[in-house]
Design a protein around this ligand. Structure first.
Ligand code: RIB
Ligand code: CA
Length: 311
């Protein structure tokens, strides 16, 4: 039985590999892809999503999301993902266009007409998801779970305590974490163990298909930032976003714990922090399955097997 999902992403190198895993795994009934502004502008992340879906032969509805966060100015991560947001590989021109509806309207239309509950997989800032929840609160019950990449237990990559996807739109994240929808959070604690090394890149390239070559070229570029700025990862690049999909496929590949989590939106030093009550010191009811460890070898094998199924 395939898991019905909607993916909300900001491609982005690791978002691209997340899409390859989602489609190549064959485990999902992917209703739509929506795009968020984050790694690059909305214009570029939308175009990038269409290019990757064209590359992997996945013709699903794509909906354009918000141009900027709910209240704050847009910040982008071009220092990691480059001018296009997917620097590195030569990618095909999009073979199809985005739908006319916005991301929020697209999500609403799909949930409204679906007999079954749908899992949402955000791997960028949470602006689209928060806006949907504000506009369509009565459709919240059609969401099975939110499996997201974002946050961290005691670490950040934009500030000492805030991770990019949360920091980019903390008010949106605060609203999503308060929603009462079951959440799985794949934060930096697990994604900095979900590392891709040169041997893994070479393995993906050895598959010999177009998707394997593109994945390897993407990881070659993505690794530049990590080998320069995250030397403690010993040459590995943190393959963040596919974790949110891999957990849905094989949760036993991971280690996680139910915790109460809230998002700081007013802190001078801490805005955008996912405040994780890991030791249950508040006694508050856990609202998030916090993922913090991974079997890296199994993760790479899962990715390899998925890409083998693609063109
Ligand atoms: O902090 C890492 C996250 O920010 C990943 O989702 C990456 O793609 C960027 O969106
Ligand atoms: Ca992302």
């Amino acid at each position: 039985m395939k898991i019905p999902i909607i993916i909300d992403c900001d491609p982005g190198h690791d978002d691209a590999l997340m899409l390859m895993l989602a489609f190549g795994s064959g485990k999902f009934d992917i209703k739509a892809v929506t795009t968020s502004a984050g790694n690059q502008t909305q214009e570029k992340t939308l175009n990038n999503a269409l290019k990757i879906l064209t590359l992997i032969g996945a013709n699903v509805p794509v909906f354009r999301g918000a141009e900027k966060p709910l209240f704050r100015n847009l910040i982008i991560a071009d220092y990691v993902h480059g001018e296009t947001g997917l620097d590195g590989p030569a990618l095909p021109k999009p073979a199809f266009e985005a739908q006319a509806l916005s991301a929020v309207e697209g999500i609403a239309a799909i949930l409204r007409s679906s007999e079954e509950k749908i899992t949402i997989v955000p791997t960028g800032p949470l602006t689209n998801i928060a806006t949907f929840l504000l506009a369509y609160p009565h459709l919240k019950d059609k969401i099975e779970r939110i499996s997201l990449m974002g946050g961290g237990i005691f670490r950040g990559n934009m500030t000492p305590l805030a991770e990019f996807n949360i920091f980019a739109d903390p008010e949106a994240a605060h609203l999503v974490f308060k929603s009462g929808i079951p959440i799985t959070m794949c934060g930096l604690d697990v994604t900095h163990k979900a590392l891709v090394f040169q041997k893994d890149i070479d393995l993906l390239r050895s598959i010999g298909n177009n998707t394997g070559k593109a994945a390897a070229d993407l990881m070659d570029f993505f690794s530049i930032f990590y080998r320069t700025n995250r030397t403690e990862l010993d040459g590995g690049a943190a393959l963040h976003d596919p974790c949110a999909i891999a957990w849905l496929i094989e949760p036993e590949m991971f280690t996680s714990k139910p915790c109460f989590v809230d998002v700081e939106i007013n802190g001078t030093l801490t805005t955008g922090t996912t405040v994780v009550d890991f030791y249950d010191v508040t006694g508050k009811e856990p609202n998030v399955e916090v993922v913090y460890d991974i079997d890296r070898e199994r993760y790479i094998k899962m990715l390899y097997n998925a890409i083998c199924q693609l063109p």
